[in-house]
Design a protein around this ligand. Sequence first.
Ligand code: KG4
Ligand code: ZN
Length: 379
Amino acid sequence: KKLFCVLGIESSCDDTGAAVIRSDGTILGESLASQHAIHEEFGGVVPGLAKTAHEENIDGVIRAALSNANMSMEEIDAIGVTVGPGLEICLRVGCNKGRELAMMYNKPFVGVHHLEAHILMARIPPGKYDKNDGGENRSVAPYDEVTTTSHDERAMDFPFLALLVSGGHCQILKCLGVGRYSILGGTLDDSLGEAFDKTARLLGLPVGGGGGPAVEALSAHGDPHSLALPIPMQRRKDCDFSYAGLKTSVRMAAERICVERGLESPEELPFEDKANIAASFQHVAFRHVEVRLGRAMEQVEREDGIRTLAVVGGVAANKELRRRLNSLCSDRAVSWDMHVPPPRLCTDQGAMSAWAAVERLCVGSSDLAEDQDVFARYP
Ligand code: KG4
Ligand code: ZN
């Protein structure tokens, strides 16, 4: 089978990303312009500012991805662009650019679903991207022992179960094939990434690019059992999530400690207190994941014989989550295989749009660039 190369563009939120990927999963060139510094002072992404930054960055990012790949636009075989869900005015910047290039160079075009792109990243064949990057926690199987030669080979086959945990989404899905997903659970309120971001804000940690990394780093210095926070939705025996209640419990616990210390706000708490709060939050937030995911695993194992799990989305970059879900998989009566992209490919970047387009093209599916629209909500 002949290999082909796809240029991917991603601009659904606050990062402008582009990448060139070969259809065997080799990332040939990447570039990512982060807007963290722009949104930091507002404590969240400001859509108008994000749109302007995307417009300023997009040409440079695409040029850099191509030049890192040592390729010209003529040598690219197809273009993949995130068209939803996300911030509409931001999506439009990437979509318009992708359409323009597809029409100008007469290339096949794929309008990519951002959530599908997160999920499919777990199927990039092992060892195809930087080996130093994801080795330790990538999978229960030793990845370096696997070599792949054809684009029919993927890290994992359908069907599999996916846990998608990002800033915008928190879902458990049964993945049957490219474009074929069934949602087993979603969130009733906040996503897991949002819960991390709100905890970071409460404690006055840096939130640029999401508060997750800051909360994770701080948690390593705290006692996860120091605060007794309730595990959400204990009585509901389904696979849905809810993080709004945990957010309130964390804030109340932090305020109680403030009163004990005679301080005005949680931001003023000493390092040890903040670390204990962060660690306790993270512990319970992940316990909630284990309970809901464990239930979904039981269901698909029983009904469909599925024993493969993909963990994807920004929060999948978290080492503690990777460790705990690895145990969840290996502790089962018959152990499960777990696949997690390396951390830098869990969060938003251009390779995800490029790879999702590869997968769509491999099943003979593409879109008409001329007609492509963007979708803020995209079921
Ligand atoms: O997938 P992503 O980059 O964007 C969306 O599609 O939403 O996910 C971003 C989310 C943010 O909420 C961020 O705080 C969270 O992922 N995140 C983390 C970590 N890295 C990113 N959460 C916990 N631990 C991390 N190491
Ligand atoms: Zn994302």
